[in-house]
Design a protein around this ligand. Structure first.
Ligand SMILES: [Zn+2]
Length: 270
């Protein structure tokens, strides 16, 4: 199965990706990890990536795509992959599609881990901390009685974010701006599957499996060279044969039987 994971920072992508990797026996490929490994190993692409980073530039899409291509050529990726961290925007998604078409491994599913971004943003941007007693309020979810004043001590409330919060806030803003079009992109290709990513990890995982199992089964049948409705045809023929053998069925010509079976199969397809 060939999957791209989409989701905001903090949506649990990494955790779910790991479990999916174990269930379907396909590697979870994080582009962040790929990059670090390539730089550490000093591979040709790693050297180019390091040069870019040392110059204070972003690593170009070409380099990342090159690393993905090398990674997908490894034996453990023969049955598929879970891409995590790439693509992050529409041009990257288009470039990825071109690469995957070239190596004959087109994407099947883009799985969106859906969390309420507005809520995540409100949690961060709405935070107010009392300068005197450090009590924390939130203008959206738990406001003080009087704006800008602490309920406990009457102190001034400040919007104070530490570096880590600031980083998350920035990443969320970037995600919102760049990934929304990506959702549209995969939606138009009919590859988008959205899972409610709020709640217990195990519950979210079973919701994901519900979505992916159907895709996986279809793929297994295809891999065996069995079109999905051959099973139905076989079952119908077996049933008829046992009727005939039991002498219950009225005499029918083989061709009319075949026709009936064909009709059933065509109906199923629709
Ligand atoms: Zn206070």
């Amino acid at each position: 199965m060939r999957i791209v994971l989409l989701g905001a920072p903090g949506s649990g992508k990494g955790t779910q990706g790991k479990q999916l990797s174990e269930k379907y026996h396909i590697p979870q490929i994080s582009t962040g990890d790929l990059l670090r490994a390539a730089v550490a190993a000093g591979s040709p692409l790693g050297v180019r990536a390091k040069e870019a980073m040392d110059d204070g530039h972003l690593v170009s899409d070409d380099i990342v795509l090159g690393m993905i291509e090398e990674r997908l050529a490894q034996p453990d990726a023969k049955d598929g992959f879970i891409l995590d961290g790439f693509p992050r925007n529409t041009p990257q998604a288009q470039a990825l599609d071109i690469l995957l078409a070239k190596i004959g491994k087109p994407l099947q599913v883009s799985l969106l881990m859906d969390v309420d971004l507005d809520l995540l943003m409100q949690r961060l941007t709405g935070r107010r901390t009392c300068e005197s007693c450090s009590r924390v309020f939130n203008v959206y979810t738990s406001p003080s009685k009087f704006e800008g004043r602490c309920d406990d001590c009457g102190g001034n409330l400040r919007h104070r974010t530490d570096d880590k919060e600031q980083t998350i806030e920035n990443r969320l803003k970037v995600y919102q701006a760049q990934t929304a079009p990506l959702v549209k992109y995969y939606g138009e290709q009919d590859k988008l599957k959205t899972v409610d990513a709020i709640g217990e990890i195990a519950d979210i995982f079973s919701r994901i499996c519900e979505l992916l199992d159907a895709v996986h089964e279809e793929e297994l049948l295809k891999a065996k060279g069995v079109p999905a409705d051959v099973e139905a045809i076989t079952a119908a023929v077996t049933e008829k044969l046992s009727e005939v053998r039991g002498g219950k069925a009225a005499k029918k010509t083989a061709s009319s039987e075949k026709k009936a079976v064909k009709k059933k199969a065509v109906k199923k397809k629709k």
